[in-house]
Write a protein that binds this ligand. Sequence first.
Ligand code: NAD
Length: 492
Amino acid sequence: MSFSLPPALSSLRNYVDGEFVATDKCFDNVSPLHGKVLAPVHEADAALVDRAVQAARQALSGPWGRMSVEERAKMLHRVADVIERRFDEFVAAEVADTGRPVEQARALDVYRGVANLRTFADLGKVAHGDYFETRLASGQNLMNYTVRKPLGVIASICPWNLPLLSMTWKAGPALICGNTMVVKPSEETPSSATLLAEAFHEAGVPPGVFNLVHGFGPGSAGEALTRHPGVDAVTFTGESRTGAAIMKAVADGVKDISFELGGKNAAVVFADADFDAAVEGVVRSSFSNSGQVCLCSERVYVERPIFDKFVAAMKARTEALKVGWPDEPGVFMGSLISHEHRDKVLSYCALAVQEGATVVTGGGVPTFGDERDNGAFVQPTIWTGLADDARCVREEVFGPVCHIAPFDREDEVIRRVNDTPYGLAGCVWTTNLSRAHRVSRQFHVGIVWINTWFSRDLRTPFGGSKLSGIGREGGRHSLDFYSETTNICVAI
Ligand code: NAD
């Protein structure tokens, strides 16, 4: 099996000012399923990044800048129409780059790519400002109202774990607010990004509005873009350390930033939880997308009376998960994103043992007896017995691993959940309604799920605290970030 790229993607080019641009310097896009090269990727140098930023700036005052919000919304819906028409190509691109199950690419990645664009196209049309009437002590009456304007040129730096979903999550609100963009996808996932540029092109979006530059971070397109003085704001999703580097790069320009960063999320299972639902939910929240979702639970705390039974049920359920080719019936996990990332995850597996973990299941590489043995697969892994200060309990692994620990009291588990430098997400499993609300509001995170995981309404705020991010996106929160508001004060 090859899981190759669609024919349109035989080489992956940049998209600048409405044209697809090849460069002399290429790097390989490698399949994590079997290690074969999928296509050459044309890396953008600083000069091409500069052209992309100039084109985006120019486009702000071109036809795009003169369009009404309704016209921009129509354009975004047209882009979504193209994605729907070329749905299978997008699925193939996501699967080839990431090694994930085809069903996941269909039901999550490409589905959400369409939904992100359509949702923000519609939300933008009903965005409004503030209005206040004021009477001063002198008797003077004032009327205040705000107008929304685009921020300008947005640099969007995206991760590899949910490529199309992340790009459209930023592009939808940024563009409906009238901004223009330069997007840099992860070097690991250039394919659906290139198809997205084709969708913008086919939909007739004016040149310069959506630009795409391929490359790496430091010393490549990512750094050139975030350091470019013509960029007005940076929206970034990725590792916390990278966020810190980007913050330094934009500091001199005092640019607006929105950061969605790493996590070390906890799931808490109380003894009164619906046991089967909790086991199923924690398996999903730990191992979906091979554990490569920022929202995955890497720390699981289980109330002591059900601890042994819960660990045994997790072991049985995890060992039944099918790891394999993306299109195998019933497959749950494909490969990890790359061999380099697999080595990082395996180094944590070795560290966990050194730190005293009991390996309940997994901890190594599955063998298939075919070309997948050259791929980047890791077994879903459960550890118990680590101390709260073990590195495997404190550091984000971003792979199919979780540590399960017992707890005795509510206040104790809340303290342990919050004892982390991260603050992205958490889960609470209980049938006690008061406890569910009482506990979840004490988590220092941006989002808590009660008796579920991952479900989202795109109008709700999304983001993290502490090392997990700055700001919130989603619904009006995205529209606020991607707009500059001016207050007009009128004496009446
Ligand atoms: P990463 O930080 O390694 O890379 C993300 C992007 O930043 C890539 O496009 C990369 O090329 C670019 N980059 C790297 N260094 C740069 C620099 N100095 N200047 C400019 N650009 C630079 O992250 P990743 O490995 O692609 O993604 C995994 C991480 O993303 C995990 O930590 C995960 O938790 C996080 N994540 C967070 C969210 C969220 O919503 N909070 C969502 C998805 C992923």
